[in-house]
Design a protein around this ligand. Structure first.
Ligand SMILES: [Fe+2]
Length: 93
């Protein structure tokens, strides 16, 4: 997993700060996993492999949602901005 934030640099931070940063890092990890599974999905013709990878990839997408739920509960501003971004996107269509 890419490490954009080093928890050991923040020993004096609050638990919430660390939990929020970790949730963001975990979201990156789940998105990295989705990218990898999707690449592997298109690189095989084996139907069992395709079904297995697809099933796992869907689970990773669910995990992204769970982690956003955690992040949004700890950082309401992230939720507000996320929802604002969705509305702006929907306004494009
Ligand atoms: Fe996951």
């Amino acid at each position: 997993m890419r490490r954009m934030f080093n928890i050991f640099d923040n020993n004096n931070r609050t638990d919430d700060f660390v939990t929020i940063q970790n949730a963001r890092e975990d979201i990156i990890g789940e998105l990295d996993a989705i990218i990898q599974y999707n690449n592997h999905l298109v690189q095989t013709n084996d139907q069992r492999a395709k079904q297995t990878i697809l099933d796992i990839m869907r689970e990773e997408k669910l995990h992204v949602g769970q982690l956003f739920g955690l992040l949004f509960s700890l950082d309401p501003e992230s939720k507000e901005q996320f929802e604002k971004g969705l509305k702006e996107f929907e306004g494009l269509s």
